[in-house]
Design a protein around this ligand. Sequence first.
Ligand code: C2E
Ligand code: CA
Ligand code: CA
Length: 709
Amino acid sequence: MADVHNQALFVETIIDTIPNPIFYKDADGIYVGCNQAFAAFHGLNKADIIGKSVFELAPMDLAEQYNAADLELLNNPGVQVYETLVRAADGSVKSIVFNKATIQMSDGSVKGLVGVMLDITQRKQVEQDLLEEKERVQVTLNSIGDAVISLATDGKITFLNQIAAALIGCEANEVLGRNLDDLVSFVDKTSDGKLQNQPRTWREEDLINESTRMIRRDGREFAVERSLSAIRKQNGVSTGSVLVIRDISEKNNLLQQIMYQAKYDSLTELPNRYLLNERLNAALAEAKPKNHMVAVMFLDLDGFKLVNDTVGHTIGDILLKGVAKRLGSCLSENDTIGRLGGDEFAILMPNVRDTQAIIEMADKINEALKQPWLFEGHEFVVTASIGISVYPIDGSNGEILMKHADTAMYKVKEQGKNSYVFFSYYMDRKIMERIQMEKSLRHAIKNEEFVVFYQPQVRLSTGKITGVEALVRWKHPKRGLIPPNDFIPLAEETDLIIPLGDQVLRMVCEDVKRWHDDGFPSIRVTINLSAKQFLQKDLLENICSILEEFHLAPNTLELEITESVAMRDVGLTLELLHNLKAMGVGLAIDDFGTGYSSLNYLKRFPISTIKIDKSFIDDVATNLSDAAIVTGIITLAQNLGLTVIAEGVETEAQTSLLRDKRCDVIQGFLFSRPVPVEQFRTIWQENLSPAAPDQSKQQVNTQQPCIMR
Ligand code: C2E
Ligand code: CA
Ligand code: CA
C-alpha cells in the first residue's frame, strides 16, 4: 500500500517537474488533476482546479469551444491536436498547441482525457516577423511607380506588383504562375516587327532601360522601357529574373485612370479602403523599427440616414463631399483620410507622438462637423462617432487595427454618438461575450430553457400568503440557474424579451390553472413586465388570449411595472392602464421610490398595489429617514386605497417596524426566497392549515437560492 502511495507521489512529482501545462479530465469534462505548470498558467492552485469544469476557468465563448473539442474527442477516442490563442493568468496572450488524448481502459471504455499544452508563442512571433518582412517588401514594391514582375527561369510569373497587374490588365492572383509570354508581347520599336519569343535570349541577360512597345492580349499598346536583372545563386546559376517595366506613353492615360479608379472613391475622390490599407501597412512597416505609434480612426456619421431619407440621395452625396472636405481640412500633411463606403470614413495618422495628438485630432474633427448644413431650407447637423485604435497597443497588423477601431466606433454609437472612444481589449471581450450571450439566449428561448420561481407575499395582520410573485430563471444546461438580472437587460435590448415574456406568462398560467384545479384558494399572482413588453402593441390581446387558453379570469393576474417604465410616456401609460383595468387585470408599481414618479400621477394611474423598494426597507429599522419615507409611502398609499407591499424584508426588526406602521404585505427572504413551484406549493399548503403558526414571524424556508454565477 505504502509502495503504491509512494509511486503515486513519485509520478506526481515528475509531472509537476514538467514545464508544460498538463491536465486530466474525467468523461464529464471535470478536471480531476493537473500539474503545477497548468495551475500556474491559470494563476490558481492545483486544488482550485480539481472538481471544476472549463466553464469555470475560461470565458464563456472559449469554454464552449474547448468543451466542444473535448466532447468530440471523448466521442471519438484517440488523439486530438489543435492550435489556439489562450490568455494566461498574467494577461498575456499565448499561442498554444493542445495535444489531447483519451484515457481508455482495456475494455475500451473511456475514462476521460489527458491534455498537454505547448506554448509556441515565440515560434509564432518569428513566423509573424518573417511575414511582416515579406509584407514590407510587397508594400514597397507596390508603392513604386513602375511595374515589377519576378519570373522563374521558365518564364512563369512568381510575383508582380499592382502596377504590373494593372499594366497587364489582370488581377495579380490570376496571373501568378502563368507565363508572361501568354499575357503580353514586346514589339521592337524601330523595326516594328514582333520580337521572337525566345525567353532565354532576354531573360538571362541583364538589360537596362530598353525602349520597346508592349502589346496586351486585349490589343492595347503601351510605349514602355524595360529593364531586366537576372537573379543568380552564389555559383552563378540563374534562378529567375526581375523585370521592371515603365510606362512611358506620353499621356499614360489609361494606366493612370485604371490605377486611380482602383484606389480612389469616385464620389469624394478620397482614397478608398484599398489604398488606405496599403498606406496603413506601409506606415506600420515604417513604424515598427522606429517604435512609432500609428493611429487608425473609424468615423461613422450620426444621423446621415436621416438626411438621405429627408432630402434624398443627391443632397446626401453633396453632404458626403462636404464632410470629406471638412475632414480633410483637419488633417496634417502625413495623415490620410479615406472613405470606406456609405457614411464611413477612416483616418490614418502614420506617426503620432502621443495619445494627446490623437485626442486633439478627434476634437478638431468634432468641432469641424459642428457647423450645420443648409439644404433646401432644411438645416442639418451631422456629427460623427469615432473609434480609435493605436499601434502597437491595440494590434500589430492593419487588419486587426481596423477591426478594433470599428469595435470602438460601435461602442461610441452605443454610448450616445457624437464622441470618440479608444479601443480596449476589455471592450472586445465584452462585445464577444455579449454576442455569445445573445446567441445562447436565442437558443434558450427556442429550447424553452426557462423556469419560473415563486416568492410568496404575506399579509402582516394574518400571517397568511395573499399573493405570489413569479420570477424567471434561466436553466442553462451548462452554467446552471442564471438569475434574471444577468439576462433580462440583454433580452430587453434585443427584443427577445417579447417571446421570453410570452413563455413566462404561459408557464405561470399553467401553474395557476393547476393550483385552481387542486383546490388552492385564489391569490394575487404577479408577473414583471419590462419597458419593451409594456409598450408592445398587442400586449392586451396577448394577455387576453393566453388567459382564455387556460380558462383563467383576468383578475387572477397582476402586472408589475417600475415607476420609470410608467413615467416614460404618461399619456400612453394612462391609456394602457385603463384598458388593463377595464379587462380586470391588476397593476402594481414596482421598486417604488427609486424612479422619479410624481405622486400626482400615482393618483391618476388606476393601479392597485405599490411595492416599496428594498433599498428603503434595508435600513428601515435603523435609519430614521428611511423609516420616515416608508411611513410616508404607506400613509399615502392607504389614502389612495392602494395595497402596500414591502419588498426585500430580511429581518424580524424590519417586520415589526412595518407591522407598527401598518404596512399590508411583506415579501422577502425572511419568509421565503423565490422557490420552484413544487416547493412553493408545500409552503403554501402548510401556511393554509389553520394550525399553522404566524409564519410571517419566522423563517420557514432557509434553503439557499440555487443560483450559480
Ligand atoms: P424585482 O421585480 O424587483 O424582483 C424582486 C427581486 O428581489 C428578486 O430578484 C428577488 O429574488 C429579490 N428578493 C426578494 N426578496 C429579497 C430579500 O429579502 N433580499 C434580497 N437580497 N433580495 C430579495 P430576482 O428574482 O433575481 O429578479 C430580479 C429582477 O429581474 C426582478 O426584480 C425583475 O425586475 C426582473 N425579472 C424577474 N423575472 C422577470 C420576468 O419574468 N420578466 C421581466 N421582464 N423581468 C423579470
Ligand atoms: Ca417585481
Ligand atoms: Ca421590486
